[in-house]
Design a protein around this ligand. Structure first.
Ligand code: SF4
Length: 391
């Protein structure tokens, strides 16, 4: 669910450029061959039991799995050469067998006086994804990608237009969080050393379409160190356009993460157009699954709603949405649409937005409009079409 639909115009500062740009003859994204090779296995792909089992393959006793876990998940050390408590003679085979370089930072951009940092990553096969670290006075949130591209084909979204390239692996997703956690710990973001408190799956892709991997990632993030990063599940938000069976499954995982539903329309007629998966699971079914999720997890549901001028921002739709949501454990995030170049979709007029908010509130529904200064990025599907020229 690429969230960047609400991303305001920013003045990004280039912090780094590629040190080894891909060949100019090779397309950055290959739409013609969505079936790509899996990325090489990485330590972060493995459960603790699998890490122990993997030790024999690199000539180490099983107990070393815990030591390496302390390094990677506890100390956020990704470079085997720096793991000086590991015997020097096995470090190079360990690096190639279990710590391959999966995420190559192609470019880093900063905005909001350096407190928002966007990293464009090139994966082993040339696919591009993005993560965004946002520091606020009271928290730091990293927005991560779960797929390269997205197969959900929402017409207002640039990611949807490029189609699905492939699912990311567990380690490719975890690596985005580890990188952000290191940046915070090392004081790379203005404000001094700190911690990542929130992880939102609102970068590129539909997380629940990469379900098993995303659940693995949730464990790597939330399991206590050194099995995982030991972050609070309550600080994690998983977004979805509404894959109902997967929402039901997620409710049973015992992980109290927040569910964000990208609704964008209260009626099936419009939602069929804006969010094509709605032709499979209707608004009523999606919300039923969301209320069940809230009942099981005791977590408030986020409803993400991109405000699109004259498309979904009418007062009567606000009333319809208000009636659907009233009385439920829910919060609405309205996201002024950030139009993609050449798109017919654009952001709502301020007066229409105000009326939409007023009507939702009249139904007793909690609602927030994305900060127009652009600090909020953790909201919904978005519009990133990661290219070498984005930014
Ligand atoms: S809005 Fe979200 S689900 Fe829809 S195509 Fe874009 S990234 Fe995919």
């Amino acid at each position: 669910m690429m969230r960047h639909s609400g991303e305001p115009v920013r003045h990004w500062t280039v912090m780094s450029q590629p040190d080894s740009p891909p060949s100019p003859t090779r397309p950055l994204l290959d739409f013609a061959s969505p079936r790509r090779g899996k990325p090489p296995r990485h330590f972060a792909d493995l459960s603790m039991a699998d890490r122990r089992a993997a030790m024999a393959g690199v000539g180490l006793p099983a107990y070393r799995a815990k030591q390496l876990s302390v390094q990677y998940f506890g100390r956020l050390e990704t470079d085997v050469a720096e793991m000086t408590d590991v015997p020097a003679k096995v470090r190079s085979s360990l690096a190639s067998d279990l710590f391959p370089d999966l995420l190559h930072p192609l470019r880093t951009l900063a905005a909001d006086a350096g407190t928002t940092i966007k990293t464009l990553w090139r994966l082993h096969d040339g696919a591009l994804v993005e993560s965004v670290l946002m520091r606020y006075p009271d928290r730091a949130t990293v927005c991560i990608s779960s797929q390269a591209g997205c197969g959900m084909a929402c017409p207002f979204c640039a990611t949807g237009q490029q189609g699905l390239t492939r699912n990311l692996s567990t380690a490719e997703i975890v690596g985005q969080v580890v990188d952000a956690a290191r940046a915070m710990r090392d004081g790379a973001v203005p404000g001094g050393p700190g911690r990542v408190s929130n992880v939102v799956f609102m970068g590129m892709g539909e997380p629940l379409a990469n379900y098993k991997t995303v659940v693995d990632v949730l464990h790597r993030i939330a399991d206590p160190a050194p099995d995982g990063l030991g972050m609070s599940a309550r600080g994690i938000t998983v977004s979805t356009v509404g894959l109902v069976p997967r929402i039901d499954q997620l409710a049973q995982e015992g992980l109290p993460v927040t569910l964000a539903v990208s609704l964008h329309a209260p009626d099936d007629e419009l939602r069929d157009e804006l969010v094509p998966i709605n032709t499979r699971w209707k608004v009523g079914e999606v919300l039923e699954a969301a209320w069940n999720y809230a009942a099981v997890t005791k977590r408030r549901i986020s409803i993400e709603y991109a405000m699109i001028k004259d498309i979904n921002d009418q007062a009567w739709r606000a009333d319809m949405l208000g009636r659907l949501l009233a009385g439920h454990l829910v919060h609405v995030n309205l996201i002024p649409l950030n139009p993609t170049p050449g798109s017919k979709w654009t952001a709502s007029r301020p007066e229409d937005e105000r009326e939409f908010v007023r009507r939702l509130q009249a139904h007793g529904v909690a609602v927030t409009v994305r900060d127009t200064r652009g600090r909020e990025i953790d909201g919904a599907c978005g519009q990133l079409a990661a290219t070498g020229t984005d930014g």
